[in-house]
Design a protein around this ligand. Sequence first.
Ligand code: ADP
Ligand code: MG
Length: 380
Amino acid sequence: MLILGIDTSCDDTSAAVVYKDNVLSNIISSQVHVHKDWGGVVPSLAKRKHEELIDHIIELALTRSRKKITDVEAIAITIGPGLAIALEVGIKKAKELALLYNKPIIPINHMEGHVYSALAKNSKGKPDIEYQLPMLAVLVSGGHTEIVLMRNHGEYEILGQTLDDAIGESFDKVGRILNMGYPAGPVLEKIAESGDENTYSLPIPMQHSKDLNLSYSGLKTATMRIINEEIGALNSFGMKFAKSLKALSYLDKQTHNQELEKKNISHIIANISASFQKASIEQVILKVSQALDILRGQGIDIQDMIIAGGVAQNKYLRKKFRRVFSYLRIHYPTSKKLFTDNAAMIAVAGYFNYLNNKILTKLDEINKIDRLPNWKLNEI
Ligand code: ADP
Ligand code: MG
């Protein structure tokens, strides 16, 4: 089964070709540079960029896979969750191609795509991924933080999710205050490496809650307060902490004493980053542990866990998960492109949906396909 996947759910225009669960090509055009100055994704800009790029990206995905559109046996398209007007661009294109070339369509949930990103193989069918269902999927990204029970292919239960900010979003917001650019997650991780994670004790917001939901806005606020207190207090030049990194280059030109102060500020930023990272990841570990306990209590034996989404690239998170859940097989996406939004994961999800007969071949069914901007995994 050769599938063309398309995803325009947010700020990446992506198309991919897969043969079953083997990825033959995965083209992503990121719009980060377009939205960067706005501090977040601007839907109307995203829509326009998708429209500009989509034909070219699909063509590139086909060329890279050495396939022609006529070889494709089905089109997998993300219909939600995501930005309504961005989703529409991909859906319209998928319908156009389906009608023109007489191809069926497989509508896909973007979060289900993230789940399958960890089960995608390369063009040679590697690596061999062994897993047993039911399994747990932990989805951590800039827009989502979800703990999901995958009972079977296409059968999901959301056990817990964030009540406010997503984990990646909290990395981005804290990093922004510290002038780390956008997205700040990877930079913050790097800076945290030289810090002491035990310097500040930050709250783990949902530690004592009875459910499996998470929350990141309180942790973000507590971290901001520490930044304000620590860097504000140290900085005798009266410069605002938000400019602290810029302040460092200014301090470069100053005397020995000020050199010392510069070192202190870098040091403090590293310690704050490390302490924040620790608290933010501890919350996920805690809720996943509780989820596993509850499932065990219900007689559900979990052997395998998927961790996917942009934040799953974080090495500290991976080290912690490896240690705490050493008795589980943990599956991460096996190539860099599969972590963030991409169409290969949508196409692989499409393959498993096809196996479950969730494929639309009739013209009136295809015509009726519509975006579902708030489509939850448990509503599939
Ligand atoms: P979304 O599509 O929901 O915005 P992505 O899956 O594209 O999210 O992932 C992007 C998010 O992942 C950003 O918030 C980014 O800061 C975060 N991220 C990427 N790498 C890391 C890392 N090494 N540590 C922490 N966060 C990271
Ligand atoms: Mg993204």
